[in-house]
Design a protein around this ligand. Structure first.
Ligand code: SAM
Length: 284
C-alpha cells in the first residue's frame, strides 16, 4: 500500500497538481486505505472518488483533494473548519497541515458518516487532532455564530451560494474554499477576508455532491435537513451580492467566466472524468 501511495503522489506531482512539499508530505503520511469503505481497499490509490457504502456520498478523488489543499494553503497553527467529513480522509490531511498547534473541526450531516469518520480517524491516529461533529455545516460551527473563528474553511460539497455564516466565521486574512453552482457542475471558489471585506476568486470547474442544509440545497427526500425558505434568509446577504441565490451562482458562470486557471487548466471533478461536460454545463 505504501508503494501505491508513493506512486499516486508522484503522479499528482508530475501532473502539477501537488505543488508544495507540505501537501506532498501530508499525502504521503495519511493512509487512504484506512478511510475508504470496507471492501474497496484495493482501489484506495486509484485516482477516483469511491462510494461510501450505501450513503450516496463519496470519498473525493485524490487529485481533487490535492487541488483543494494547495488552494486552501493551510499553515502550521491554523484553526480549520471542514464541512463534509465523509470518510475523515481530508480531515486527517488538514490535521497534518495544521500541525499540533493547530485545530481541525469537521462537520458532517449524516450520523452514519460521523461514526465512520471518527472510527477511521481513530484507527489512523488522528482522534485527538480532529473533532468530528454532527450537524448542518452550511450554517457554520458553532451553528449561526457570526464571529471570526477560523483561518481556513473548506467545504467538500457544492453550494448554491457562499453560505453567510461560513463567511462570517472567517478570521481576518482567512480563506474559504467552496464549490459553488448547480448540481452537475460547479466552480471551485475561494473567498479571502481582507481588511473587513471579502474577495472572491473563481478557480476551476468541478463536480461535487450537494451541500444539503439551511444555507445549501434542500434534502432530496432522504429525511435530512430541509432547505431554507426565502424568509429564513438574511436579506443583507443579497444586498452584499455575495450569496444572492442560485441564479446568482449560475450567472457567475455565464457572465464573469472562469479565472485564469479555469480557462487554462483541466477540469477536475469529484466523481470521475467527464470530458466535454464543462462546456455543456456552461451552456446549460
Ligand atoms: N471530505 C470527505 C472525505 O475526505 O471523505 C468527502 C466529502 S463528500 C464529497 C461530501 C460530504 O458532505 C458528505 O459526507 C455529505 O454527507 C456531507 N454534507 C453534505 N451537506 C452537508 C452539510 N450541510 N453539513 C455537513 N456535511 C454535509
Amino acid at each position: 500500500m505504501e508503494a501505491a501511495r508513493a506512486s499516486l503522489v508522484e503522479s499528482l506531482k508530475r501532473q502539477g497538481i501537488i505543488r508544495s512539499r507540505r501537501v506532498e508530505e501530508a499525502m504521503l503520511r495519511v493512509p487512504r486505505e484506512l478511510f475508504v469503505w470496507p471492501g474497496t481497499e484495493d482501489r484506495a490509490y486509484d485516482d477516483v472518488p469511491l462510494p461510501l457504502g450505501g450513503t450516496g456520498q463519496t470519498i473525493s478523488a485524490p487529485h481533487m483533494v490535492a487541488i483543494m489543499l494547495e488552494e486552501l494553503g493551510v499553515r502550521e497553527g491554523d484553526s480549520v473548519l471542514e464541512v463534509g467529513s465523509g470518510s475523515g480522509y481530508n480531515a486527517a490531511l488538514l490535521a497534518e497541515l495544521a500541525g499540533r498547534e493547530g485545530s481541525v473541526v469537521s462537520v458532517e450531516r449524516l450520523p452514519e458518516l460521523v461514526e465512520f469518520a471518527r472510527r477511521n480517524l481513530a484507527r489512523a491516529g488522528y482522534a485527538d487532532r480532529v473533532s468530528v461533529v454532527l450537524g448542518d455545516g452550511s450554517i457554520g460551527y458553532p451553528p449561526r455564530l457570526a464571529r471570526p473563528l477560523y483561518d481556513r474553511i473548506v467545504v467538500t460539497a457544492s453550494a448554491p451560494r457562499i453560505p453567510h455564516y461560513l463567511q462570517a466565521q472567517l478570521r481576518e486574512g482567512g480563506v474559504l474554499l467552496i464549490p459553488i453552482g448547480p448540481p452537475g457542475y460547479q466552480v471551485l471558489t475561494r473567498v479571502r477576508r481582507v481588511g473587513g471585506s471579502f474577495h472572491r476568486e473563481e478557480l476551476m470547474g468541478c463536480v461535487f455532491v450537494p451541500l444539503v442544509g439551511e444555507d445549501g440545497y434542500p434534502a432530496g427526500g432522504d429525511g435530512g435537513i430541509q432547505g431554507p425558505s426565502e424568509r429564513e434568509r438574511d436579506p443583507q446577504d443579497d444586498a452584499r451580492g455575495d450569496h444572492g441565490g442560485r441564479a446568482h451562482a449560475e450567472g457567475a458562470l455565464h457572465n464573469r467566466g472562469l479565472g485564469r486557471q479555469g480557462r487554462r487548466g483541466p477540469q477536475r471533478r469529484d466523481e470521475g472524468p467527464h470530458k466535454g461536460r464543462r462546456k455543456a454545463a456552461l451552456r446549460a
